[in-house]
Design a protein around this ligand. Structure first.
Ligand code: ASP
Ligand code: MG
Length: 437
């Protein structure tokens, strides 16, 4: 069985929704995961923000505006008769429900319920549309089988246990449809897998039912070997190993929700990134197989702050790094890159809300220096220990650029450089030309 996930733009208009059947083969047994219609989740976030702020009037106004948009959507998706009425009922039901939430106290719990309406709407409308053209399908309620625990970690065995009965109850059904993004939390409340989480749903479902493959359909032809907005002549990467994809997850967040790689990796379910606009293009396959000894991709992440702590007390001391890391832990600040010398350590963060407090505590350990506006350049590929020459090739490409940090050997799949953001474009282009051209 396959899992096919379509993002917001792939269901962004009635026309696009109808075109999904160019890609979905309704005779094959599969689960189709849909995002909300593009723009909807953003609107729901805005509505929630007003209601959390007790601006009921503006909140209500925004709900009515969105309702109008959906009225037009249904009129185009389901132009005729009974199905038109059914579609309109679905829309009215969800929007009346949203309006009812404006009448009472509104907390972050209600916010999650509001955010869930986008995926509930898109999947139900698509289900009605399929009925209207006589394509049989079964709508699966994601809230009955998608679950996260106290630490926001998805519970895959729970999904297996609660989804399997639905699939067994419908042995003849080929086409199942379900909502991406939404789930329940450990209190049983409606929750979600964070923005962009429909990809994650697809990969969790793939793991839960040991699918043959997870397909993520977006509007780009797979993951590119460099940033196409900056570098000319980038190409889609045809094959990535799970390890390589995991290294890129942090950088490729726009294409694939970063967490999505991990369930697929753990359960070894291949993930294919495909383009709705160009269904025949091969896209990118992420699986256990990959070409060995090749550099696959160059990626960058801006908004990085480097912190250097220099202290003679670090020499021959133990426990020094632990005490430094504890400070970051206390301020819930993830550390990305790290390099050490005998008497200094440099590390990077991208969440800087608590930077001042962190610096204050670090001052007790030695001299602290901060470099802002830095960019991590990450070169990903298969650089096994027996291979040689990769680091030299990478460094040679940036020999004309000041490099603040280098990280190599953390895994066999990554060489990272930290450069000033002003040098990012040149670094990406130079690496691209020397490695791929
Ligand atoms: N609709 C959700 C969002 O916009 C989830 C997704 O599209 O993946 O974030
Ligand atoms: Mg997405």
């Amino acid at each position: 069985m396959k899992i096919l996930k379509f993002g917001g733009t792939s269901v962004g208009s009635p026309e696009r929704m109808k075109k999904l059947l160019d890609i979905i083969d309704p005779t094959e047994r599969q689960i189709v995961v849909l995002s909300a219609v593009s723009g909807t989740t953003n609107s729901l976030v805005e509505i929630s923000a007003k209601l959390l702020n007790e601006d009921k009037q503006k909140g209500t106004e925004l709900i009515k505006d969105l309702h109008e948009k959906y009225n037009a959507f249904v009129a185009e998706l389901l132009p005729e008769g009974d199905f038109r009425e059914q579609g309109q009922e679905v829309v009215d039901y969800h929007f009346n429900f949203l309006l009812s939430l404006t009448l009472d106290v509104f907390t972050p719990i209600e916010e999650k319920v509001v955010l869930a309406q986008g995926e509930l709407l898109s999947t139900t409308l698509y289900h009605v549309y399929l009925k209207s053209i006589n394509v049989p399908s079964v709508l699966l309620p994601a809230l009955d089988f998608m679950k996260i625990d106290e630490d926001n970690e998805p519970d895959i065995p729970y999904t297996t246990q609660h989804l399997t009965p639905f699939l067994e109850k419908n042995p003849e059904t080929r086409l199942f449809i379900t909502q991406g993004f939404i789930c329940r939390n450990s209190f049983g409340e409606v929750d979600n897998l964070r923005r962009g989480g429909s990809d994650y749903t697809a990969s969790l479902l793939g793991a839960a039912i040991m699918a043959d493959e997870v397909q993520i359909w977006t509007d780009i032809d797979g993951m590119h070997n460099n940033d196409p907005r900056i570098v000319k002549g980038t190409r889609p990467i045809s094959h990535l190993s799970f390890d390589e994809a995991a290294e890129l997850a942090y950088f490729g967040a726009k294409i694939l929700h970063p967490q999505s790689v991990f369930p697929a990796q753990k359960y070894q379910i291949p993930v294919r990134l495909l383009n709705t606009m160009e269904p025949k293009a091969l896209g990118t396959v992420i699986s256990t197989e990959s070409e060995k000894g090749k550099i696959k991709s160059i990626a960058a992440k801006d908004g990085i702050t480097a912190i250097k702590i220099q202290s003679s007390r670090m020499l021959l001391a133990y426990g020094f790094l632990r005490r430094i890391f504890e400070i970051f832990e206390r301020y819930k600040t993830p550390i990305d890159m790290i390099t050490t010398s005998e008497v200094a350590v440099s590390l990077t963060i991208d969440f800087t809300d608590n930077l001042n407090a962190i610096i204050e505590e670090l001052n007790a350990f030695g001299t602290v220096e901060i470099d802002q506006d830095q960019t991590i350049i990450c070169v990903v590929g298969d650089f096994g220990a027996e291979k040689h020459g990769y680091a030299a090739k990478v460094l040679d490409s940036v020999k004309h650029i000041p490099v603040r940090m280098i990280s190599y050997g953390g895994s066999e799949y990554n060489i990272s450089l930290l450069v000033g953001t002003g040098n990012k474009t040149e670094a990406l282009r130079s690496l691209h030309n020397r490695i791929f051209e």
